[in-house]
Design a protein around this ligand. Structure first.
Ligand code: PGA
Length: 247
């Protein structure tokens, strides 16, 4: 099983209006040749328009969450099928802002992963410890527990990525040291190999949490880091390009 292609995904979170499409257009226009797969995950309101703007640009469009059901009486929710219909090809699932802000459990994340597979979306499944959990020496146990609980067996044979995002590093400017990132990524790889056999080697393990142009090269070249999930720095084309170029 060969190494997975590097994936650099931008998570716009609840940011972006129609005017932000210009930023994505600028990114696509300057991207040129890159060995990495590049994706932007805008809010649901922009998925369709972004997919139109980025047609044939080589930049993929992802969503930030989906409901586990395909349709029904779920006011305010969006299904994986609807996101795929709007032009998304990937979906972020289990982001810590969903786990903590919306009470999402590993079991719910796993159900959403199954929904993504049903709709043909490639899931990017997020895991990560809080600062208290790290200080207590529990980071590896928490993260590998989330990996085991959030990745259903049905993923075998399908494309998916895991994103390690320490909660305390998201939006804070703080990042773990490179050895700390490598330690967690190796533990995630070991869990993937245990769960999916040799195919676990082909899963990209992204790092996320305060990735910016100035730290991207070191992070992206760390052992077992197969890409980045980028929040704040993905909102500006120049910053996001700086990270992509570091891959
Ligand atoms: P950040 O967010 O890059 O702004 O820290 C990363 C994320 O939450 O995916």
């Amino acid at each position: 099983m060969t190494k997975p292609q590097v994936l650099i995904a931008g998570n716009w979170k609840m940011n972006g209006l129609g005017a932000s499409l210009a930023e994505a257009n600028a990114l696509a226009g300057s991207l040129g040749q890159t060995t990495a797969r590049v994706a932007i995950c805008p809010p649901a309101t922009l998925v369709q328009r972004l997919a139109e703007v980025l047609t044939d640009s080589g930049v993929l469009v992802g969503a930030q969450d989906c409901h586990a059901e395909a349709s029904g009486a779920f006011t305010g929710d969006t299904s994986a099928e609807q996101l795929a219909d709007a032009g998304a090809t990937l979906v972020i699932l289990g982001h810590s802002e969903r786990r903590s802000g919306h009470g999402e459990s590993d079991a719910l994340v796993a159900a959403k992963v199954q929904a993504a597979l049903r709709a043909g979306l490639e899931p990017i499944v997020c895991v990560g410890e809080t600062l208290d959990q790290r200080k207590a020496g529990d980071a590896l146990a928490i993260v590998t527990g989330q990996v085991r609980g959030s990745l259903p067996r049905e993923l075998a044979g399908n494309a998916f990525a895991v994103a390690y995002e320490p909660v305390w590093a998201i939006g804070t400017g703080l990042t773990p040291t490179t050895p700390e990132i490598e330690e967690v990524h190796r533990a995630i790889r070991a869990a993937l190999l245990e769960m999916f056999g040799d195919a676990g080697r082909g899963v990209a393990i992204l790092y996320g949490g305060s990735v910016k142009p100035s730290n991207a090269a070191e992070i992206l070249h760390a052992d077992e880091v197969g890409g980045a999930l980028v929040g704040g720095a993905s909102l500006k084309a120049d910053d996001f390009l700086g990270i992509i170029r570091a891959a």
